[in-house]
Write a protein that binds this ligand. Sequence first.
Ligand SMILES: [Zn+2]
Length: 536
Amino acid sequence: MTGAKLRVAAYCRVSTSQDDQRNSLENQRRYFAEYIGSQPDWELARVYADEGLSGTAARNRPAFQQMLSAAEEGEIDLILTKEVSRFARNTVDALACTRRLRRYGVGVVFINDGIDTRQNDGEFRLTIMASVAQEESRKTSERVKWGQRRSMENGVVFGCNNIYGFSLLHGRLTVKEDEAEVIRLVYRKFLNEGKGTFVIARELSESGVEPPRAKGKPWSSTMVLRLLRNEKYCGDLLQKKSYTPDFLDHKKQVNRGEEEQIYLRDHHEPIVPRAVFEQAQQELARRAPAGAQGRRCVRRYWCSGKLICAACGRRFVPRRRRRAGGEVYRYWVCAARGRHGPRHTDGRETPDGCDMRMMPHQALCTCMDVVVERLGLDVGRLIRETAELVEQAEDGGVPVALERLRERRQRVLQRRGDALDAWLGHSITKEELDSLRARYDAALARLDGQERTLEAQWQAARTGDGRTALRAFLETEALRCEAVYGELLEQMRIGEGGVLVRLRGLAVTFRLQYAPPRRGAGLRPEDIRCTLLPDT
Ligand SMILES: [Zn+2]
């Protein structure tokens, strides 16, 4: 039934420099092949690659143009690309391209930004990301270079030379292909075949694969779990650094010898695609016994699930309290503290609770205000422009894609009939007829599926569901900011007297420091000192 699969193309920018193997064509190809392979109903149509890395630099993009033609010819159903910033030169460009593709029934998935233009809010989110990327690209291209150039001091891997799947040479991690194959196999067994860590360990031992570091011994489920949890396999590096005394510092932490951790994204060549790694983390959390982390994923706020306690690594959870005047006061608290109170041992070995203070919701908003201002983003203008762009959408007439699909369906039906005639006329055998019919039926099933999706999209656009949502969204200033902040924020680590703000799609981290606000007083932007961390 291969005919029923979605034909997926990938678009990337590649580097031809010897020093930049991470962005080599070969690596990108492998990345997309793995990614597409992890989706059961997708098949790789082709990888389109243009040279040059920056989204703003490229003028002529021959592969990109070829891909657009292939889409128009109906040769592909979906396009995968890593980031908005690599796909288009600017907002208008991004929107024009994705709209043109949509007319031909081709969706675009931006993997790192988590945007899918086939979804209702896809276009809107794309516009915001593209606007932000454009602005950011202009403002900080000199300083940050899109996170591509990493300072050596930051990127150097210290210590242990026995990371399974990698070898460590002059502080840099390079993939060991034979071990990398085992790691990919583990992820496939876990995600695609739904096997648990015990079964995977047994199967690996049975097939005679040497386990990490324990030659001759069998694999254990802990070893398998380590492979599934290690962030190095998706190209990141969690680096422990000693404390910066003026930041996230409080005495008890130092006494406990806890260390600040720095998370470097896209630090080295990955062994599994980020999406696969993230899928595995979600799957691990899902399969974990209920209540293990006590984490109910309710996405109610722009920052839900994105606030991490710097002291204990747990998530912050939302709380609310009604004040005497009847006004609702919202704040966030470390889950460990919320559940078990301040840190205590009660004579047991592992302590419970956490000493991290609560964080008012208002203070989080102020932190993001400061970051957005620092980025030079005018949120009001950004929203106005976005609204104008989205409003300009013309949705008249049956889309070309639908008409084309119907023509293709007609042609397949015709050929199916021809095959029957050929058999009746004794020019093909019964086996040949059956195999032809199976092929045509699969093609018809695929076309029917596409037609249903397209029609639904077209109807949604016509009834204006998307636009109503947009208008509602634009109505209040607070809501606008929340949506933009939700779009921008990847993670915020909250410490005493400061936070680290990691932005999505921009590969930048800001450090915000402030004196703990006095009781009853809110955090004001002028109380915050904001610095851009170098290339993390
Ligand atoms: Zn905590």
